[in-house]
Ligand binder design. Structure first.
Ligand code: KG4
Ligand code: ZN
Length: 337
């Protein structure tokens, strides 16, 4: 079976072709970051208009790079949520319609399930069950995963997501959008113990997160200490360490509570080198293993959607002829395979 995957939930148009026997045949990505940079964040209407322009040409390119024709595609998978309604609708309309025209099944993919399964595209994929830490611009969740569609939400952020906290703090520091990766780069030159940022919700039991207070703490330090390059680097390093410490502590707690030794980390923030290193130290101390996608598949991409769609299409799932999106979509609502 060969599946075309389409991702248009936010500010990246990602297209990929996944083949059951040969794995990933092609993946192409168009990032809208320069388009939104002037506004300091994603402008939903501009995102939708750009997906309209880019999706079909990128599908042509992905098919060409995969060395296949439309007739070689056995199913089409598109992100149906969560995400920006207009942006999602572009991928859903194109994906559902192409499948209809080609006489093939279509499947609506959950964006976070895409992230969650992205490490399966790597050489040493994790076995079920495992704990997943999903850290993106919109979500911070700890999930117990017993199989595809067998998801138990153990904890999540009660306010900002980890990526959102990175982006908002970076904005306060005057960095461009999206600031997360830029802040992480700056952090490599700073001292992580310079400023004592809070480790929110770590002093009480439970697996929920709260990151909104961190940006207030950062704003106070910026107001007091100014924005010299040295101060910026120290704020970045201290802020990053506070987020990483918090995530590592909750991962340890979740693994212990669930008596598991495998941890999957996915979503944009899983590209963060410091987070990866410190989770590796944790899992080594627990004699377990941590799994994450290659860096380009941590952030949004078509490959993870093609893969998640392939798994469900292969199991016989498919959509009716409605062109539908689900901008708010709890992952636990997904059917088990
Ligand atoms: O998964 P993703 O591409 O989009 C969503 O589904 O939200 O995640 C994007 C988020 C942004 O907040 C971005 O700043 C953050 O991931 N991010 C990072 C890094 N790379 C991306 N945050 C910290 N360190 C990084 N290296
Ligand atoms: Zn994402």
């Amino acid at each position: 079976m060969r599946v075309l995957g389409i991702e248009t939930s936010c500010d990246e148009t990602g297209i990929a072709v996944y083949d059951e026997k040969r794995g990933l045949l092609s993946h192409v990505l168009y990032s809208q970051i320069p388009l939104h940079a002037d506004y300091g964040g994603v402008v939903p209407e501009l995102a939708s208009r750009d997906h309209i322009r880019k999706t079909l040409p990128l599908i042509q390119q992905a098919l060409k790079e995969a060395g296949c024709e439309a007739s070689d595609i056995d199913g089409v998978a598109y992100t149906a949520g969560p995400g920006l309604a207009g942006a999602l609708l572009v991928g859903a309309a194109i994906g559902r319609s192409l499948a209809f025209a080609w006489g093939k099944p279509a499947l609506a993919v959950h964006h976070m399930e895409g992230h969650l399964l992205a490490p399966m595209l790597e050489e040493n994929p994790p076995q079920f069950p495992f704990i997943a830490l999903l850290v993106s611009g919109g979500h911070t969740q700890l999930v117990r995963v017993d199989g595809i569609g067998q998801y138990q939400l153990l904890g999540e952020s009660v306010d900002d997501a980890a990526g959102e906290a990175f982006d908002k703090t970076a904005k306060l520091m005057g960095l461009d959008y999206p600031g997360g990766p830029l802040l992480a780069k700056l952090a490599t030159q700073g001292q992580a113990d310079k400023y004592a940022f809070p480790r929110p919700m770590t002093d009480r039991p439970g697996l929920n997160f709260s990151f909104s207070g961190l940006k207030t703490a950062a704003a106070n330090v910026i107001a007091a200490e100014g924005k010299s390059p040295e101060v910026q680097a120290d704020i970045a390093a201290s802020f990053q360490q506070a987020v990483v410490d918090t995530l590592v502590l909750k991962c340890r707690r979740a693994l212990k509570e669930q008596r598991l030794k495998r941890l999957v980390v996915a979503g944009g923030v899983s590209a963060n080198t410091s987070l990866r290193q410190q989770l590796e130290v944790l899992l080594k101390s627990l004699k377990g293993e941590v799994y994450y996608p290659r860096k380009e598949f941590c952030t949004d991409n078509g490959a993870m959607i093609a893969y998640a769609g392939f798994q469900r299409l292969k199991a016989g799932q498919q959509q009716d002829l409605t062109i539908g999106v689900i901008p708010r979509w709890p992952m636990e609502e997904l059917p088990a395979l």
